[in-house]
Design a protein around this ligand. Structure first.
Ligand code: ATP
Ligand code: MG
Length: 411
């Protein structure tokens, strides 16, 4: 068994890693609740079509990153690469398209077959929001403001910049697509192989290319702003007004496109320079066609997802290890009463552990090692007097406290 290793691109969350992870989720959950979002949990795997139909046949996720397999019954299932498609599937199959809006928060593991590196894993975790129902730009501004508040509460907002863009409506998109195909065709000699493949199918994705040569060509590509319909331009203008009203600072970046194909209008990313190439910590946009593609009615929606691993890495100080209390019986005769005391402390909400084994000195050492803030030492003489010695392990001071008062003293 010694040669068993974790699967490439997966990580164990233990100790500080787990505390960081948990802190991100708890913080996001609390702030999302204050905006009126309810938590949903959808299955970690779905019918493959939930993703293949909706994420766009040409997206990287569907083409090369999905964990898809046939189960023992011969059905094709896929480990979810993202959360939005599953939430929309659940909206439709639970008959909730008639009770809108739905405001959904989720947190959980996602799976993508990617090349593992810092901030990029094969099992990673996301928190996310979906605001399903409202078609107006205020909804976009609200989910962005909530994201920003979560980053602020985590203490990382000052390390990020919010970049926003519009992908326009269908007509803007079609006009822009033509303009891009024209421009990139003129420059196709300098494009990477990946981008050439995208030229006909999805030229907007070239804007997102990380290839150096592509980037030089992209720098002078036309932007969508010249191709927006009046409606799309008005939508985008309102979004910016609302963001300003919410006090959320942003910059415009015409190169932002989303990696998945179901987006229109708003696209945004919170990016940081502190994580090297994996700089996007939170990303999202408006997706007004997805619910219909899932077999439901046309329901507009907007949302985002954020990588928990990347947020965890940005946290300055890890949440502290919980400091409990060690109960140390001295002598076999007091073990029973020590157990009673231990349970009484736990029921009073105090983290309390039995200090197993060894003499008093060894047990005190052990109490220090597990980060206990206090030791409760119970000897036969103490017990006869109805007290125990409470030792503050930070200062070393010790006094005799009546058994009935120990919980109150330690709380
Ligand atoms: P990237 O450009 O980094 O590949 P993406 O566009 O594929 O990101 P989204 O699908 O928008 O990412 O997912 C939202 C967020 O989830 C990302 O901004 C990132 O923080 C996180 N994320 C995505 N893929 C991974 C991964 N493989 N490992 C860790 N975090 C990830
Ligand atoms: Mg990706």
């Amino acid at each position: 068994m010694a040669d068993l290793q974790p699967v490439r691109g997966t990580r164990d969350l233990i100790g500080e890693d787990q505390r960081r992870h948990h802190h991100v989720i708890e913080t996001a959950r609390r702030i999302a609740a204050s905006y009126g979002f309810d938590e949903w949990s959808t299955p970690v795997f779905e019918d493959t079509r939930v993703f293949s139909r909706t994420l766009g046949e040409t997206s990287d996720v569907v083409m090369k990153e999905m964990y898809t397999f046939e189960d023992r019954g011969g059905d094709s299932v896929t480990l979810r690469p993202e959360g939005t498609a599953g939430v929309c599937r659940a909206l439709v199959t639970n008959g909730l398209t008639q009770s809108l809006p739905q405001k959904v928060f989720y947190a959980g593991p996602m799976f993508r077959y990617e090349r593992p590196q810092k901030g990029r894993y094969r099992q990673f975790h996301q928190i996310g929001l979906e605001l399903i129902g409202p078609a107006e730009p205020l909804a976009d501004a609200e989910v962005i403001a909530c994201g920003r508040d979560i980053l602020t509460a985590l203490g990382v907002a000052q390390d990020t910049v919010l970049e926003i863009n519009t992908l326009g409506d269908r007509d803007s998109h079609a006009a822009y697509r033509d303009a891009l195909i024209g421009y990139f065709t003129e420059h196709q000699a300098g494009l990477s192989e990946d981008s050439l493949a995208r030229l006909d199918r999805n030229p907007m994705r070239i804007l997102d290319s990380k290839d150096e040569g592509d980037r030089r060509i992209v720098a002078d590509a036309p932007t969508i702003y010249e191709h927006l319909t009046e409606d799309a331009a008005a939508f985008y203008a309102r979004l910016k007004e609302h963001l300003t009203r919410f006090g959320v600072p942003f910059v415009e970046n015409p190169r932002i496109v989303r990696g998945l194909d179901y987006y229109g209008h708003t696209a945004f990313e919170f990016v940081t320079s502190r994580l090297g190439a994996q700089g996007t910590v939170l990303a999202g946009g408006r997706y007004d066609r997805l619910v219909a593609e899932m077999g439901g009615p046309a329901v507009p929606a907007v949302g985002w997802a954020a990588g928990i691993e990347r947020l965890s890495m940005l946290l300055d100080a890890p949440p502290p290890a919980p400091a409990g209390v060690a109960v140390i019986p001295v002598g076999e005769a007091v073990e029973g009463p020590a157990l009673d005391l231990l349970q009484a402390l736990r029921r009073a909400g105090i983290r309390a552990e039995m200090a197993y084994r060894g003499n008093l000195k060894r047990r005190l050492e052990r109490a220090n090692r597990i980060g206990a803030r206090a030791a409760v030492i119970l000897g036969e003489d103490d017990l006869a007097r109805g007290v125990a010695q409470v030792k503050d392990l930070a200062t070393g001071t010790q006094d005799a406290v009546p058994l009935a008062e120990i919980a109150a003293r330690l709380r």
